[in-house]
Design a protein around this ligand. Structure first.
Ligand code: A3P
Length: 295
């Protein structure tokens, strides 16, 4: 029986180790993929490639499933065509003592049950939130939906964002996700502000190393991600990654990241800026930081 106890203790240890200590909870279209890929450059960070969607979609499968997610992924990668090769390339290596496991699922930020669920896994989970001007975010979201064929050519950003009676269509997810204060309040019911680190998505583009230093500090890690591994690619117009010992050596993000936005007319833009202004102010107060998005 001594053996059994020993084995089960070990198993329990392995299982706990695979649960993430930090989660990028959102926000969709604010730079969550770029942040995760940058963080992966740190030798002490192990990150999942695809979005696990555990706390929003697969919670009923239980924490053990979540911890085994990466192993499952490894297995599926051996069967051709089930998941895209790009996802397999990003599979998570086994994490070990001293490593931080991290995942990103932007849907978590706007799903009501998720803060409670993450809190019940561990109250000390570190949460990372990337934000940008909600108006820009909404256009980016719409651009993505159009590219996925969700709207036909006659649908414009303005025609979706503004109702026929002239009011902002706040129920439309592209608009609703940008009500940061509304969503943030639910997280602060479960986590103290010290557990939530906010990344300025615009700074992440213009000065990624600065934002990454702050994230590494927040995670309690040595600052090891340097300008040697992230460079500005003027063709892409965005930062890209250098991996000296890998082929390809230089890697920019896919064309779905950092793409040209759909047209948005001035009337709609103005209406949306005014619509978001009070919400943005509430968010600034909540997180004690002024992002100065256009009022
Ligand atoms: P746009 O395509 O609207 O410019 P997410 O990964 O959360 O979906 O966010 C996508 C956004 O990440 C992009 O939105 C882009 O602005 C931003 N981003 C930040 N750093 C980037 C990088 N190095 N390369 C490409 N996009 C980046």
């Amino acid at each position: 029986s001594g053996n059994v106890t020993k084995n089960s203790t070990k198993l329990e240890g392995d299982y706990k180790r695979r649960l993430p200590q930090a989660i990028i909870i959102g926000v969709k279209k604010c730079g969550t993929r770029a942040l995760l890929e940058y963080l992966r450059l740190h030798p002490s960070i192990k990150a999942t490639g695809p979005e696990p969607h555990f706390f929003d979609r697969y919670y009923h499968l239980g924490l053990e499933w979540y911890s085994l997610f990466h192993i499952l992924l490894l297995f599926l990668c051996h069967i051709d065509g089930i998941i895209p090769l790009s996802a397999c390339r990003q599979k998570m290596p086994k994490s070990s003592e001293g490593h931080i496991t991290i995942e990103k699922t932007p849907r978590y930020f706007v799903t009501a049950e998720v803060p409670r669920r993450i809190c019940s896994m561990s109250k000390s989970t570190k949460l990372i939130l990337v934000v940008r001007d909600p108006v820009t975010r909404a256009i980016s979201d719409f651009t993505q939906a159009v590219s996925k064929g969700e709207y036909n050519d006659t649908v414009t950003f303005g025609s979706k964002a503004v109702r026929k009676n002239g009011a902002v269509n706040a129920k439309w997810s592209a608009i609703n996700i940008g009500l940061y204060a509304y969503h943030m309040r639910r997280w602060l019911d479960y986590f103290p502000t010290e557990n939530v680190h906010i990344v300025d998505g615009e700074h992440l583009i213009r000065n990624p190393i600065h934002e990454l230093n702050l994230v590494q500090d927040f995670l309690g890690l040595e600052r090891k991600i340097t300008s040697d591994s992230i460079y500005w690619n003027s063709t892409k117009g965005f930062p890209c990654i250098v991996k000296p010992h890998k082929t390809p050596r230089y890697r920019c993000f896919k064309s779905t990241k950092g793409r040209q936005h759909s047209y948005a007319d001035d009337y709609t833009l103005n209406l949306l800026h005014n619509f978001y202004e009070p919400h943005n102010k509430m968010f600034y107060a909540m997180v004690k930081r002024n992002f100065r998005w256009r009022a």
